[in-house]
Ligand binder design. Structure first.
Ligand code: PBG
Length: 359
């Protein structure tokens, strides 16, 4: 800027020399244009790469997997095109694929036989349940992959709730004991990370204490800290078979989508109770929460691009309405931009393959 304090009008100079015709000179000078042309940095591929503020790598991906009983069994989830429930042997193959694709971790969820579901969710404490079988098999054959186990009773309860239903209420404190038992069973099977997704108050604290007491001092906790009562979980409940079971909704324990300040309180509590990592869920409709959580707490912050988000993009892509690969990558970079350190996504293998190809 010249000492007169007036902005340099390169545009006016060029107009005077006849290089630009019909130039709105005053506007040019005031906007800093053409000294500043934002498009210069965007002109070429190499330049766009140089100035990119965020990048996605396979290191950012967590692959959620549905486990079903059987051998060499693969059952499609109709509402999630491209996602299958896998028997334990095929889950091991998936883990090998994850390793090849450089995906650091997987999250395993069971599709439990309805006959094994009861009011108390007692399959959750069976050291031989589907999740524990899958964890043991994967850990023995592909030990390099991190295994995350959900803690919540919904895949095991006949009423489909994450906690114990006493009368017509989900009983917080009685549920805590069950969650502790479920955590210990999963850690003893070899799980690396316990991920409480139940939204009971105090769960992270009691699970942390139980793990310490049992000598599992290195077990990590990734809490579903800000988990909303969302209709975007629909296809997941198809996949685990808990949709048919679910009586009512989960609004007395999962968060109201209207709230943001409350998410910060939830996250703060989980951190003080001993969470190593925190998660926001769902993903794209809650990017504001991801961003605020990361900025407020500077914790390892994860986001779950949930089943309904996957289903929406896949449905549009299958109809030819959206370019599937492009919206997948755009949605994933949005999470990085918002501040997420990692993303649980059903796109994990596809995205990792895309990233490997792009190199
Ligand atoms: C279990 C659980 C759910 C999801 C992850 N863990 C469903 C729910 O809370 O009803 C949803 C994941 C998804 O939709 O992809 N509590």
């Amino acid at each position: 800027m010249p000492s007169s304090g007036k902005p340099v009008s390169i545009g006016a100079e060029r107009a005077k020399r006849g290089e630009i015709k019909d130039s709105p000179q005053d506007e040019i000078a005031d906007g800093g244009f053409p000294a500043t042309r934002m498009r210069r940095n965007r002109r070429t591929g190499w330049s766009r790469r140089l100035v990119a503020e965020n990048t996605l790598s396979s290191d950012d991906l967590i692959w959620p997997l549905f486990i079903v009983d059987g051998q060499n069994t693969r059952i499609a989830v109709d509402s999630m095109p491209g996602v299958d429930r896998l028997s334990v042997d095929l889950a091991v193959e998936a883990a090998k694929e994850a390793l090849e694709l450089n995906i650091p971790a997987m999250a395993v969820f069971p599709n439990t036989d309805p006959k094994l579901r009861d009011d108390a969710g007692s399959q959750a404490f069976n050291p031989d349940n589907l999740v524990c079988q899958a964890v043991r098999a994967i850990k023995s054959q592909v030990p390099e992959i991190g295994i995350i186990c959900d803690v919540a009773l919904d895949p095991y309860t006949s009423h489909g709730h994450d906690g114990l239903l006493i009368g017509d209420e989900i009983d917080n404190d009685r549920t805590l004991n069950a969650l502790v038992r479920q955590s210990l069973v999963q850690i003893e099977a070899g799980a690396d990370i316990i991920a409480p997704s139940d939204m009971m108050d105090g769960r992270v604290g009691v699970i942390r204490a139980a793990l310490e007491n049992a000598g599992h001092t290195n077990s990590q906790i990734m809490s579903y800290a800000a988990k909303y009562a969302s209709a975007f979980y629909g296809p997941f409940r198809d996949a685990t078979g808990s949709k048919a079971a679910l009586k009512g909704d989960k609004r007395t324990y999962q968060m109201d989508p209207s709230n943001a300040e409350e998410a910060l309180r939830e996250v703060e509590l989980d951190i003080t109770e001993g969470a190593d990592m925190v998660m926001v869920k769902p993903g794209l409709p809650y990017l504001d929460i991801v961003s605020r959580v990361k900025q407020t707490f500077a914790m390892p912050t994860f986001v779950y691009q949930v089943s309904g988000e996957y289903a929406m993009l896949m449905a549009a892509a299958e109809n030819g309405w959206l370019d599937g690969e492009k919206v997948m990558m755009e949605s994933l970079i949005a999470f990085k931009r918002a501040g997420a350190d990692g993303i649980l996504t059903y796109f994990a293998p596809q995205a990792a393959r895309h990233l490997a190809k792009a190199r």
